[in-house]
Design a protein around this ligand. Structure first.
Ligand SMILES: [Zn+2]
Length: 390
């Protein structure tokens, strides 16, 4: 029986590594530069990126990453801190602009993460605990939010020639007007909240433009959470004991990831770029502290039927899948694609129990076997797409 595959090429589940707060900044807390780098060092030796590359990407080269990038100076880097720092707007330094273009060119994604991320309630206090308001909770009216968000879309285009198609609320914090702001900006997808509980999983959309609410399902620190140190003496004292429970927590983490996989859920792994903060505490879930955890996660996934993709690629497939209808008339296979958006090269995957061949005026598509099914990936356009079954 011919069906529209749930995921591209018939894979069981997509995986994306989501990294927040890549910024043109550096906070000098640790002796090792890769721990201080927020993106300022780009891909130079000693950068956070070079650490990630040698510690993870070289071992698992299929990994696709979506970076959530603020376009102004990151405000959580407190200018009254005792630590020295550097921070710049997007567009101030060519090296950083070229770094974002390099990541984009490698097939990773640059996504929206607000302008400056928010503001301190009292910026003379270094802590963000009860002393910080995230950006989308600050917009007094929809119009201001729309203008600030659209300015980001324009800025990535102007500076890097990158088309931003989605993003994430800073700190996953929103208020009642936030969805309207995102909907008015006509973005394809938005990460609204963490969905770390299995039962909280959803691929629903919101607003008149049907923005896909992109789920966040796996914590990047799942396999080190009880053992890594935070810089907070009280918490770290507790971890002396908690660390012995980490192996048990690992088992639960494997089971949680596998359950998402079996249910064909998006496996979206949540991380931050840098451990260093101007409060001196370690940023929870960051690619440096969690390198072992990420290795465990991707070692586990590499034996499974996984589509490595960015948030944009996954959201595009969801949009195409949810707006396509398949009908068979004799030897004709019709896909009616009701497309209300501009999409880059939309593709739909058709699956069948038996091998098959499809033809249109220009091409022949021969099925391949994947994940116990036979599949073809078909480029489609808005309206009726006709293929002949051979
Ligand atoms: Zn953030």
């Amino acid at each position: 029986m011919f069906t529209i595959a749930r995921w591209f090429n018939g894979f069981q589940a997509p995986v994306v590594l989501m990294i927040d707060d890549l910024s043109d900044a550096y906070v000098d807390v640790y002796p090792e530069s890769h721990k201080n780098d927020w993106g300022y060092m780009c891909d130079l030796e000693g950068s956070s990126y070079s650490y990630l590359k040698s510690g993870l990407l070289d071992l698992f080269p299929h990994i696709k990453m979506t970076f959530f990038v603020p376009y102004l100076r990151h405000n959580v880097i407190n200018e009254n801190s005792k630590y020295s720092f550097a921070k710049y707007d997007l567009g101030e330094r060519d090296e950083y602009k070229d770094f974002l273009s390099l990541l984009d060119g490698q097939g990773h994604e640059i996504a929206h993460h607000g302008s400056d991320h928010g503001e301190y309630i009292d910026d003379t206090m270094p802590t963000t605990i009860n002393n910080w308001t995230h950006e989308w909770a600050l917009f007094k009216d929809v119009e201001t939010g729309v203008q600030t968000t659209l300015r980001g879309v324009e800025k990535f285009k102007e500076v890097c020639d990158i088309d931003v198609s989605g993003g994430k609320y800073c700190g996953y914090i929103s208020i009642e007007n936030s969805q309207e702001i995102i909907d008015r900006c006509d973005l394809l997808y938005w990460c609204e909240r963490p969905n770390l509980d299995f039962d909280d999983y959803s691929e629903a959309s919101f607003g008149s433009n049907e923005v896909i609410s992109f789920p966040t399902t796996v914590a990047g620190n799942a396999f080190v959470r009880l053992s890594y140190l935070t810089g907070n003496p009280r918490k770290d004292k507790k971890k002396q004991f908690l660390k012995y429970l980490q192996p048990l927590y690992d088992v639960l983490s494997y089971l949680r990831i596998y359950k998402h996989y079996k249910n064909s859920h998006i496996i979206s792994i949540q991380e931050h770029y840098s451990p260093s903060t101007t409060s001196g505490l370690v940023q929870s879930a960051n690619i440096v502290s969690d390198i072992k955890s990420l290795n465990k996660t991707f070692s586990f996934l590499q034996h499974l039927s996984i589509w490595y993709a960015t948030c944009d690629e996954i959201a595009t497939y969801i949009y195409v899948r949810e707006h396509s209808k398949l009908t068979l008339v004799g030897d004709e296979l019709h896909i009616d694609f009701d497309c209300g958006r501009t999409l880059k090269d939309p593709v739909i995957t058709i699956a069948n129990d038996e091998p098959f061949r499809l033809e249109d005026d220009d091409h022949t598509y021969v099925s391949v076997e994947n994940n116990d099914s036979h599949v073809v990936d078909l480029p489609i356009k808005s309206g009726d797409n006709l293929f002949f079954i051979k």
